[in-house]
Ligand binder design. Structure first.
Ligand code: PMP
Length: 313
């Protein structure tokens, strides 16, 4: 098992900084029993100036709040306070390049009734690339993404990850690196923990919103494409269409940008190093480490305390 914490690790729990080993969770909690909870996956990076920067912190905390609202969970926190708390947790754990996991969970409640309160914990740990750095052999999964009429599919909800885990474990048991899930109509949706793009004839195509988690990395890739004058289309397509692609990749906070070797044993013909995915992999890396920002836009402050300080980042 991976080691996420040791006896020195500090987490932010309901407004306090406490040791992981001393924090307690209620065994009668609604989230533990039924999966009704929400979370985020965020990364921080040591930037070119040596400062710690949480990538797209506002976007992630906004999605956390919207996810909680979608699941009718009380959410009494302000984004600014949670962002400052996250920088503090990073500093207390002496981490710059880190994975950050805020989790909002419910109190003891074995009924299906609304809760009057929620809890929040922010954990940080060191994490390498979620899907490694070798090109992936991907398999179309027999598991489909949940029907959006049954779940709030745009929310990053704990319970949704039962579907992700089933698909990912099934693909690995069959000798593949990762699964690709379709939606309930058989159109390509996303990976268990990442969105995807493919390249065809010099253009990029990605599944439209509606049956996928609206990824912050996906939005960043679209932004980078606009800057780099790469055409991107958001539309529905099948795994058979995808097998005709020149190249393909997954993207996500944890996975960053990672190319595919094949889908269902069908190899993508374009050399990864000649693909748009490779260009975007580098552009993404430069963006998260602020390599692409002019030095005058970097202010060098650590320990952010005001919205203005963060808003300039
Ligand atoms: N889809 C799913 C199912 C995910 O779990 C993730 C990871 N949060 C993504 C897509 C990518 O989202 P993001 O780029 O915001 O990390």
């Amino acid at each position: 098992m991976a080691s996420y914490y040791n006896e020195h690790t500090i987490v932010y729990l309901d407004g306090k900084y406490v040791k992981s080993t001393e924090a307690k969770v209620d065994l009668y909690g609604q989230t533990l029993h039924y999966g009704l909870g929400v979370f985020e996956g965020i990364r921080s990076y040591r930037n070119v100036n040596g400062d710690t920067k949480i990538f797209k912190a506002w976007e992630h905390y906004e999605r956390l709040r919207k996810s909680a609202e979608a699941l009718n969970m009380p959410y009494p926190w302000h984004d600014i306070d949670l962002i400052n708390a996250t920088y503090e947790v990073l500093q207390r754990n002496n981490l710059q390049d880190a994975y950050i996991r805020p989790l909002v969970y419910g109190p003891a409640n074995m009924s299906f009734n609304l809760n009057a309160e929620s809890h929040i914990v922010i954990e940080v740990w060191e994490m390498g690339k979620f899907l490694g750095d070798k090109l992936l052999r991907v398999m179309t999964s027999p598991f489909q993404r949940p029907n959006p009429a049954a779940f709030k599919i745009e929310a990053k909800a704990c319970g949704h990850y039962v579907n992700s885990i089933l698909a990912s474990q099934d693909a690995k048991a069959k000798g593949y690196d990762e699964a690709l899930l379709t939606d309930m109509h058989g159109f390509v949706a996303e990976g268990p923990g990442a969105n995807m793009f493919y390249e065809k004839d010099g253009k990029l195509i990605t599944p439209a919103l509606g049956n996928i988690l609206p990824g912050i990395t996906r939005a960043t890739i679209i932004e980078l494409c606009q800057e780099l004058k790469i055409t991107v289309e958001e539309k529905q397509f099948t795994p058979d269409t995808l097998k005709q692609a020149d190249s393909a990749f997954f993207c996500g906070t944890a996975a960053e940008v990672i190319g595919w070797e094949s889908l269902d044993e069908v190899k993508f013909p374009l050399n990864w190093n000649d693909s748009l995915g490779r260009v975007l992999q580098q552009a993404y890396k430069d963006r998260v480490t602020e390599q692409a920002l002019a030095p005058e836009k970097l202010d060098g402050n650590k320990g952010l305390k005001s919205k203005e300080a963060i808003a300039t980042r």
